[in-house]
Design a protein around this ligand. Sequence first.
Ligand code: NAD
Length: 239
Amino acid sequence: MINLAIVGYGKMGKMIESLAHKNEFNITGKYDVINPVNKHLKSNTDVAIEFSTPDSVIENIEFLSSKGINIVCGTTGWYHKADQIKNIIDKFGNGFIYASNFSVGVNIFFQIAKYSAGIINKYSQYNAEITETHHTQKLDKPSGTAIRIAEYIVENVNRKNKIVSDSDTPEVNELNIISKRIKNVVGTHEIKFSSNADEISLRHKANSRRGFAEGALVAAKFIFGKKGFYKFEDIFNEL
Ligand SMILES: NC(=O)c1ccc[n+]([C@@H]2O[C@H](COP(=O)([O-])OP(=O)(O)OC[C@H]3O[C@@H](n4cnc5c(N)ncnc54)[C@H](O)[C@@H]3O)[C@@H](O)[C@H]2O)c1
């Protein structure tokens, strides 16, 4: 039985609560902006699943780590501060696993992105572009998932070496991520490879938040009792 805290009790926190099986998880607390974890933490917590906001995530990680609690982090928008987070985890010696996207489908899509970029690399007539569409309450832009897809393309297409966001006039070496915000869209990511002659599109569309929550619970079981800093993508195939 894993004693689980839900840190960030919004759309994702509530979905996680609804899917956490009672014979595997004992939910010790649910925390949000009006019931912050650093003031109200219940002591018997093994793992915290953190889906809050880009502004609060670092403070939450530092606090939970200082209490020796292992963390599944789904919040996006902090990756430019990854070194700071690694230092926190090193300092307190707890376990930490994160993903820009915990869904099985997106983690398969990452592998497809990587593989297709390797093919497109050989055909210089093709440009690459990413479009991500999310609901209007999403705080960060571009999405963490779009940035990860872009990194796979830049790593594998030699003529692309810079990621740009919402550029009207991207240079040939730039991989543009176009962000759209539309009411009620859970999350759609599309990679487009286009030449003067044709277009190849690859698209992942999340139909609900269920896939993210299921993946986060799998990650909670993985990180229970472990130490160190893990990326979900790196251990996805083992799981
Ligand atoms: N990694 C993934 O698979 C994945 C999937 C979906 C969403 N996300 C990310 O997860 C985050 C949350 O998404 P959401 O759709 O649940 O958002 P949401 O706006 O519905 O919920 C955010 C919650 O965080 C709470 N919060 C704010 N400050 C807090 C604090 N200091 N401590 C604790 N909680 C606090 C808010 O009260 C709210 O309940 C976002 O960053 C989003 O991009 C990641």
